[in-house]
Design a protein around this ligand. Structure first.
Ligand code: DX5
Ligand code: ZN
Length: 214
């Protein structure tokens, strides 16, 4: 199981220490949530923060774009240090073109889908992508309650990936905790994003290790 702590829940007053904690933990990726206040009802951060994370991070940076018209900013996110970029299916009129744009930068390309978006909408893109970011909360905020319908979607997605001989990893994003992590693993998840479970823990690196050993 790969673990991607969500920097959104970190303490920005001591970002360097938070990055160091992730570096020295058993986490696999940095998960970086970019919100524009249009696609989602919240604004997080953009290029300067990503640049700062990149300076110190010793692990791949997984950028999750919760923004409209992501194709306008993909090149710059790559320049600023993204190792993978996920765009929302719901935000892309020309999703195939946007995925090709990400791949042309030689970084991993992902598609994120909201809780209401059915797995079958990925049928014609699944063979082209490296990652599916399955939202298990409505995007916009950390610390929300996990939506149980996600288990069924993970299983369905796993079947689709196998049937299509796709290499896509299944990443679960939102409300991941110690209770649902083993069930998500059993259903077929490959990557768990965790914000609140990691950063509200008295020992964040222990929380990461516990999720890792799910
Ligand atoms: C939600 C973000 C998530 C979020 C996860 O819009 O995409 O990555 O930060 O945080 P938790 O684990 O607290 O739900
Ligand atoms: Zn995210």
């Amino acid at each position: 199981m790969l673990i991607a702590p969500s920097v959104l829940s970190a303490n920005f007053g001591q970002l360097d220490q938070e990055i160091e904690m992730i570096n020295s933990s058993s986490a696999d990726w940095f998960h970086v949530d970019v919100m524009d206040g249009v696609f989602v009802p919240n604004i997080s951060f953009g290029f300067p923060v990503l640049k700062q994370i990149k300076k110190r991070a010793h692990k791949p940076i997984d950028v999750h774009l919760m923004i409209v018209e992501p194709q306008r900013y993909i090149d710059e996110f790559c320049i600023q240090g993204a190792d993978s970029i996920s765009v929302h299916l719901e935000a892309c009129t020309h999703l195939h073109r946007t995925i090709q744009q990400i791949k042309s930068l030689n970084i991993k390309a992902g598609v994120a889908i909201n809780p209401h978006t059915p797995i079958h909408s990925l049928i014609d893109i699944i063979s082209d992508i490296d990652l599916v970011c399955l939202m298990s909360v409505n995007p916009g905020f950390g610390g929300q309650k996990f939506i149980a319908n996600t288990y069924k979607k993970v299983k369905e997605l796993k079947e689709l990936i196998i049937k299509s001989s796709s290499k896509a990893l299944i990443e679960i994003d939102g409300g991941v905790d110690f209770e649902n992590a083993p069930l998500l693993k059993e259903a077929g998840a490959d990557v768990l994003v965790a914000g609140n479970t990691v950063f509200s823990h008295p020992q964040p690196s222990e929380a990461i290790a516990r999720l890792k050993n799910t």
